[in-house]
Write a protein of this length. Structure first.
Length: 365
């Protein structure tokens, strides 16, 4: 069995191919958390007709794209910043804020800490507790906020726990941060998959809080990580000006700009995506909740975190067994506060989901 310290990411298909001798085209990635339906139907039908767009520069202010996003996200056009994926926007925001000390939940996505460290800042972690199913105790959390913290970073729904804060809880946190002079950055990459998106998204709060910025992208819900299109929403005009001043011009290419406008308007695709994920999420959670060899944490995003309870089996063992069948899950032991008993997988097609459940059963049941 493969022994390694650095576990495979959902985009590491070439590494898998080299190590296991499995062609990447034959691997179903349950690790990347990307919409299994593929790209927007309208995008697939119409983008090829727009190829001539690359012969000219896009609008430097991306007005049409930002208006499409504003309608999609139900916010103001003036409050939107677009970028080359949410990764660029995370970097620009942290550089602009000159963060010295940040507070991050654990476990969560590693890119936040990386960008803060590159900017010369330090990071503290607030651990979500397993005994509370990784649900935040907001009252306790607010007690850990103080005026030495420049930035609070929240992923909502959180990766890899698939848990989420509702808007009322977010208001409580934002009020506490406002009192301490702390800015809040919320990554809503997975919010569109949530069954209660309207109760989770903090975009309406940008109308009331100047210490808030929300990040979203098209990589996961719209199945287009290669497009590199992300956006941020904030009601802080000074921050918008600062980011626009620092950002290089034309970071989004002409085709990505057109693709965004098409995707955000494709309501049929959006509804189909949610219905598919919600059906599969409910069925898989209910099935695995009945097993006594694994604990599953109720998911609100398009993926689920699990903890192996069976003696003699760890996430490496399970990963190895699944990948040899062309099914790639995520070993979560590289996330802060998680050990080698944790794994995560996203929801794919019904047929592929059944294949994965059967493979997991072979080890855990």
């Amino acid at each position: 069995m493969l022994k390694h310290k650095d576990h495979f990411h959902g985009s590491d298909l070439e590494k898998i191919e080299a190590v296991y001798g499995i062609k990447k085209e034959n691997i179903v990635s349950f690790s990347a958390n990307v919409n299994p339906l593929g790209i927007s139907y309208k995008l697939k039908e119409t983008l090829s007709e727009q190829l001539d767009a690359i012969t000219s520069y896009p609008d430097r202010e991306y007005k049409a794209l930002r208006k499409a996003i504003a309608e999609y996200a139900d916010t103001q056009f003036e409050n939107i910043i677009v970028g080359n994926g949410s990764t660029e926007l995370i970097s620009l925001f942290i550089q602009t804020q000159r963060v010295k000390k940040a507070l991050i939940l654990g476990p969560t996505y590693s890119e936040y800490e990386r960008e803060i460290t590159l900017g010369g800042g330090t990071t503290l972690y607030y651990p979500l507790k397993e005994e509370k199913d990784f649900q935040m105790d907001v009252d306790d959390f607010c007690k850990h906020l103080n005026d030495s913290i420049d930035l609070l970073v929240l992923c909502n729904p959180n990766n890899p726990t698939s848990t989420a804060l509702n808007r009322g809880q977010m208001r409580q946190i934002l009020d506490a941060c406002l009192q301490n002079g702390t800015f809040v950055m919320i990554d809503e990459t997975y919010v569109e998959f949530a069954p209660t998106e309207e109760k989770i998204t903090a975009i309406p709060l940008t109308n009331y809080y100047s210490n808030l910025i929300i990040l979203r992208g098209t990589s996961k819900f719209f199945a287009s990580p290669g497009l590199r299109l992300g956006y941020a929403v904030t009601g802080n005009n000074d921050l918008i000006k600062a980011i626009n001043t620092r950002q290089n011009p034309w970071t989004i290419n002409s085709l990505a700009e057109i693709a965004g406008r098409i995707m955000f308007a494709d309501k049929e695709y959006q509804n189909h995506t949610f219905q598919h994920i919600d059906t599969e999420r409910t069925a898989i959670y209910e099935e695995m909740s009945s097993w006594d060899t694994v604990k599953v944490y109720k998911p609100l995003a398009n993926f689920m975190l699990c903890r192996i309870k069976k003696e003699g089996v760890d996430a490496d063992t399970l990963f190895d067994h699944c990948i040899r069948q062309g099914l790639m899950i995520r070993n979560c032991s590289t996330f802060p506060f998680l050990d080698d008993k944790y794994f995560r997988f996203c929801f794919m097609s019904h047929e592929d989901n059944q294949r994965l459940l059967n493979a997991i059963k072979e080890i855990l049941k």
